[in-house]
Design a protein around this ligand. Structure first.
Ligand code: PEP
Ligand code: MG
Length: 767
């Protein structure tokens, strides 16, 4: 601010407290004090942005038993001078000597004036065995050392105090709640001091132009002169932040790229979830902490297993717990939203729900749950299990009954920023989507194709699970093919819909990946039902289900291994894909380009084995239809061996898509389904910087990705490379993908906008 020519109390900056010698400090203070005697100083950490963890400003350094009288004369207010002295002693004790503000409360209420001062001093001596120093340089050194212990990387500003008495305040360079480009200065101040208000306005304009963000300035007026004490970015909400960035570009203050770089991609999450329909009014049942945004309705369940059962019947539910623990994770997955009575923003429920993108309200104080009775009460009202409630994870409110929601819309400043982002983005952004709904929502948010269609999800619906089970339990190839013939038309229809929605865009379809066991009945009741449907003995069915059980399913008979054992499944899927291609080509005159993806390969031989089946089906369908069909066959790289053998695999695979979920679990040897039980301890103890299932483990998994991209590209220079694990929606991981020059990232539809922005930022940073 001094550099901008603004009126700032004299001072100096300590760039690095560790390098400061007592002599240089004394000489800097001496220079300051040359004019005014006695000298009083303020020490502030230089903070750009959030202030959490930083030391508070320490004011009135230099006050002691003598100088307090000089201050009393200067202020013409003795009680005020003593009160400032008392505050300084307390702040010194708290920040330098590690006492607590609460320690002083009793003394404060019992004493007054200079008596209070001596009580404070003796309390400090007794409690911390240190003496409150009377010497200014000693005081200053104590404060500086304490500040650098707290946040050793930030600079400190030491300034002469300006005393405004009642005339001091805070002003912002624009309206911080609307973003309107009008400085926010208290009307009373403007009225009373029009000249100073004009000076303040021009100062606000200058600091804003310099820092290029809405600034919050602290000022004071001493003897008719305006002093600016501090400036920092104003706290504003996400909407105002986007508006300001767009306005500042239009005002010529920022370039589009600068504006794009300033948005925290994860902040966009607030705009990407349904919101409650404002026209409906409902009674509030409880109020908690808004932990993960979105608004959802569903039946109340108090138990994770019940949540899974309701999910299986396609009934939306809200999982309500006092607090959650790792055993609840499957239930959280199954529920539309999560509500807890206890816990804050960093509670298990809050952290896990945000990771899943699941709506969550935590710490609804006053909410009592009676698990035995299956009821919860709040604000004197009881809600039973099975009743419908609505939770709003953006405001923390909980309502009885169902409330309509509005879909998130991409418009206004949000859309503008994304448009600017797209202009700088190199990597494409695709979606992981399998249902038409997901595909449409993905396109709405700007997906440029589907990067992962997990076909197994297409087999869980009521009319398909039957033939699927028949296929799995078939004893002969003929019986299996018969069941697959029943599935083929449904599967073909799935792909037609996806191709139509993604018209002209690439669609990557993964052949069946999960353990067949997942499709089979689990409970005795379901086994009896299925045995009846298939006219087989329950005893026999139970044995078959048992046989399909595996000790380590994640390392078991899944992925490409299924296609090796049952090539008919891959052939049916390939046929459905190619026939859908033909149908769409005939209808629209233009064929989509399907990318057929073989999951979980470890090397070239098994890839080639399955690829040959797919190619044979393609040729057959081309012959039958008389159309030439463009298509690609590639693989998912999800196992460490595949990254090492990438050169060979790329000889026959036309694309790689990194499945970093499986690659992370197999590289670290940590099951992704169980990691939540202990990863938190690793991050808390500093043994892992971030959860490797959320942000790519750059040193390990990242190294394997580098190896695979280098070796793969060497063997096939035009190898298409993408990523489709959950990491593809994480900004830090997206930055890494840009570093290794992947062609695209593919993430869940609700992350598309975040990925577009993060990919643009990565392009700008890396080029
Ligand atoms: C992966 O492993 O990263 C992946 C996308 O596949 P899935 O999560 O279905 O195993
Ligand atoms: Mg996988």
């Amino acid at each position: 601010m001094a550099g901008l020519g603004l009126s700032v109390p004299q001072g100096f900056v300590i760039a690095n407290a560790a390098d400061l010698s007592p002599a240089s400090l004394a000489s800097a203070v001496k220079k300051l004090g040359a004019g005014s005697k006695p000298l009083f100083l303020a020490v502030r950490p230089s903070v750009n942005g959030h202030t959490r963890g930083y030391m508070e400003a320490i004011l009135n350094v230099g006050l002691n038993d003598q100088t307090v009288e000089a201050l009393a004369a200067r202020l013409n207010d003795r009680p005020m001078a003593y009160d400032l002295y008392r505050q300084f002693i307390e702040n010194y004790a708290v920040n330098v000597l590690a006492l607590r503000h609460a320690d002083f409360e009793d003394i404060f209420t019992a004493h007054k004036g200079s008596d209070l001062i001596s009580k404070y001093k003796s309390f400090i001596e007794q409690k911390s065995r240190a003496i409150f120093p009377q010497d200014m340089i000693q005081q200053l050194r104590g404060v500086i050392e304490a500040a650098s212990r707290r946040n050793n990387s930030s600079a400190l500003i030491v300034q002469e105090m300006a005393y405004g008495g009642q005339i001091h305040g805070v002003a912002t360079s624009r309206n911080f709640s609307t973003g309107a480009n009008v400085p926010n200065i208290a009307p009373a101040f403007v009225e009373k001091f029009p000249k100073l208000a004009a000076q303040l306005k021009s100062a606000l304009h200058k600091v804003e132009r310099h820092f290029k963000s809405i600034q919050e300035v602290t000022f004071t007026v001493e003897h008719g002169k305006l002093w600016l004490l501090q400036t920092k970015p104003a706290k504003i909400n996400a909407r105002v932040e986007l508006k300001t960035l767009v306005d500042m570009v239009r005002e010529g203050l920022l370039t589009k790229k600068e504006a794009v770089l300033r948005v925290d991609p994860l902040m966009l999450d607030q705009f990407l979830h349904p919101t409650l329909d404002a026209t409906e009014t409902h009674d509030i049942f409880a109020i908690g902490i808004a932990a993960s945004p979105g608004a959802v309705s569903g039946q109340v369940v108090f138990d994770a297993t019940e949540a899974q059962q309701l999910k299986a019947r396609n009934r939306p539910c809200i999982l309500v717990r006092s607090e959650t623990s790792p055993e609840d994770i499957q239930g959280m997955h199954a529920a539309e939203g999560v509500l807890t009575a206890r816990g804050g923003l960093l509670s298990h429920a809050a952290v896990i729900a945000r990771g899943m993108g699941k709506t969550c309200v935590v710490g609804a104080s006053g909410l009592r749950i009676d698990y035995e009775a299956g009821t919860m009460t709040s604000l004197g009202v009881a809600v039973k299990k099975g009743e419908t409630i609505t939770i709003d994870g953006s405001t923390g409110r909980v309502f009885r009954g169902h409330i309509a929601t509005q879909k998130p819309v991409l418009s206004g400043d949000f859309a503008t920023i994304l448009e600017w982002a797209d202009a700088s983005r190199r990597m494409k952004v695709r979606a992981n989507a399998e249902t038409p709904n997901e595909a449409r929502s993905a396109r709405y948010f700007g997906a440029e194709g589907i990067g992962l269609c997990r076909t197994e999800h297409m087999f869980f619906s009521a009319e398909r699970i039957g033939p699927m089970r028949k296929m799995i339990l078939a004893e002969t190839v003929e019986a299996r093919k018969e069941a697959l013939d029943e599935i083929l038309p449904m599967q073909r229809q799935d792909f037609i819909e996806l191709f139509e929605i993604m018209a002209g865009l690439p669609v990557t379809i993964r052949l069946l990946d999960p353990l067949l066991h997942e499709f089979l009945p689990k409970s005795e009741h379901e086994i009896l039902e299925l045995a009846h449907d298939l006219s087989i003995a329950p005893e026999y069915l139970r044995t078959r289900v048992g046989e399909l059980q595996e000790f380590n399913p994640m390392l078991g008979h899944r992925g490409v291994r299924l296609a090796v054992s049952y090539p008919e499944i891959a052939e049916m899927q390939a046929r459905a894909i190619f026939e859908a291609t033909v149908e769409v080509a005939q209808k629209y005159g233009k064929a989509p380009i399907p990318e057929i993806m073989i999951p979980l390969v470890v090397g070239k031989l098994e890839f080639d084995y399955v690829r040959a089946r797919v190619v044979a089906v393609a040729e057959a369908v081309q012959k039958e239809s008389g159309l030439e069909l463009p298509y690609l066959v590639g693989t998912m790289i999800e196992l460490p061996r595949a990254t090492l053998r990438a050169a060979e695999i790329a000889q026959s695979a036309e694309f790689f898509s990194f499945g970093t979920n499986d690659l992370t679990q197999t590289t670290l040897g940590i099951s992704r389904d169980d990691s939540a039980r202990f990863i938190g301890e690793y991050t808390a103890k500093g043994l892992l910087k971030t959860d490797p299932f959320i942000s790519i483990d750059i040193d390990g998994v990242g190294e394997l990705l580098r190896i695979a991209t280098t070796r793969g590209r060497k063997a096939r220079p035009d190898l298409k490379l993408g990523i489709c694990g959950e990491h593809a929606g994480d900004p830090a991981s997206i930055n890494f993908c840009e570093e290794i020059k992947l062609d695209y990232v593919s993430c869940s539809p609700f992350r598309i906008a975040i990925a577009r922005l993060a990919a643009a930022q990565a392009s700008i940073r890396n080029n």
